[in-house]
Write a protein that binds this ligand. Sequence first.
Ligand SMILES: Cc1cc2nc3c(=O)[nH]c(=O)nc-3n(C[C@H](O)[C@H](O)[C@H](O)COP(=O)(O)O)c2cc1C
Length: 388
Amino acid sequence: MGSLRYLTAGESHGPALTVIVEGVPAGLVVTSATLGLELARRRQGYGRGARMKLEADDLEICGGVRHGMTLGSPISVVIRNTEFEQKWSEDMSADPITKNAKPLTRPRPGHADLVGMLKYGHRDARNVLERASARETAARTVAGSIAKDLLGQIGVGFVSHVVGIGGVMSRSTKVPVPADVEAIEASPVRTFDKDAEQPMIDAIEAAKADGDTLGGVFEVVAHGVPLGLGSYVHWDRKIDGRLAQALLSINAMKAVAIGDGLDAHAVRGSDAHDEIFWNEEAGYHRETNRSGGIEGGVTTGEPVRARVVMKPLSTLRKALRTVDVETKEEQIAIVERTDTCAVPSACVIGEAVAAFVLADAALEKFGGDSVEEFKAAHRSWLEALQKA
Ligand SMILES: Cc1cc2nc3c(=O)[nH]c(=O)nc-3n(C[C@H](O)[C@H](O)[C@H](O)COP(=O)(O)O)c2cc1C
């Protein structure tokens, strides 16, 4: 929407993923080590399969950064597939190969396999699933990590946590703050409701034993977001719409709610809104944040909160029925190496894509070719708000 944008390229088992991020101001500290940490967070979480252990990320910054500092030019990052040479150099070779790769012809219900094959005219589901795979979100995590660091310069911090797995819901109503991050990271299912942790793990184990999969719900919270990002004046500038689009674009996400939106259908107006108060020290403020920090497509200055519903993964060891596209006979679907539940990892990806949207909106509002200019404009906006 604004001037911050990114493109990703690359297939799951191809030689590498590439991401180019354009529009980042000069003077932001970016290193392979910090980007690598964020990728490592994405890989963790109870319920992920062997693939994750193999997916050590070999990351290289190839442009836009010098001596650990952004230059203002496009940033390009390559994440190499460490298994490529050993396992995939033929099957995923970009250049023609002499042998015929065995095609995958049994599309998985719920994955992009069948629609992708029919839409692009592919006879081999690998031509679809390699790109439809959530491996691509590693590239988005890198872009989001840069966005987070930029937002960190104006005091914005992210927390994400798992709210439910396979119907086991956290009963905590507390909105996590940055001080809770350590406890959440220490939980194998990224929940900070200790009572829900073991039941969530048990649910994953039970699904795994049955060769089945689970989805869930997670929440991303951004603290310190100033009032005034996004706009009500046009549909594509509304920050809630932009966040929802970004979050729904993560593989397997099926619903996004801002604030208490999932329950908003069932309460009265008097329990749905956040009354407005004013005093000398705090200026305008709220005592509740049911809106999730957004009113009229504009951030309110309260924490921005989005809940995201993830469906169960569509690759099941207890494979679902499908049709072989070559023979048209009933068959069982392809079983690629698969996770049982990826909701904890999805949290980290959710933080990344939400950070990108908010960083874009912050750059729209504050501008700046350098981080110093960006920060100065943010400071003067806060001063102006104090006087409002
Ligand atoms: C972190 C993460 C890991 C995933 N791992 C798997 C997996 O192991 N097996 C699978 O079938 N789908 C997995 N998915 C989901 C698929 O990528 C997704 O369902 C597919 O691309 C089809 O897109 P759609 O569900 O949004 O329609 C994962 C998604 C995420 C976010």
